[in-house]
Design a protein around this ligand. Structure first.
Ligand code: SF4
Ligand code: SF4
Length: 147
């Protein structure tokens, strides 16, 4: 292959994924962060008909990672996302990019092994809708933050 050929993606035939109805596994169950930008906070606050101030006080925590300070949604005592209720995500229409883009995160598409390993966590991986490679690349390019 000549050196100016693009490196083939391991997922160049696309990837199957559909969220499993009733599953809520990626919304909690263990400690983690759901990163939110100020724009996303404003969108969720608007959906919940809360002021920014009230929303941030009730639902947002500030995380100092040493090299940067970021905002994450709070967790419930069982580590579920604070916005998860018995029916699922209570702000689904305005959920943060991190939630919208899962499972097409850079760290999960880095290698096929990463993707396969995530199947232990998410039963929707490898099943359902076929997402073509160009769409996956587009989704990857929209992600501002890496976990
Ligand atoms: S773990 Fe997978 S199947 Fe379950 S809610 Fe999350 S995306 Fe859907
Ligand atoms: S914002 Fe919604 S989709 Fe995202 S982790 Fe919380 S409950 Fe799940």
């Amino acid at each position: 292959m000549s050196s100016d050929q693009p490196t083939p993606l391991w997922y160049d035939k696309g990837l199957n994924f559909s969220c499993v109805p009733g599953c809520r596994r990626c919304c909690g169950g263990s400690p983690g962060y759901v990163w939110v930008t100020d724009e996303e906070i404003a969108g969720i606050a608007q959906l919940m008909q809360l002021s920014l101030e009230a929303f941030e006080r009730l639902y947002v925590r500030t995380i100092n990672r040493g090299f940067e300070i970021r905002k994450s949604l709070k967790e419930q005592r069982n580590y579920d996302c604070i916005l998860l209720d018995e029916k699922g995500c209570s702000v689904y229409a305005a959920r943060p990019s991190q939630c919208r883009t899962y499972p097409f995160w850079p760290e999960l598409l880095d290698t096929e092994a990463d993707w396969e390993s995530e199947k232990n966590r998410c039963p929707g991986l490898g099943n359902g809708e076929l997402h073509p490679a160009p769409k996956l690349v587009e989704i990857l390019n929209t992600q501002k933050y890496k976990k």
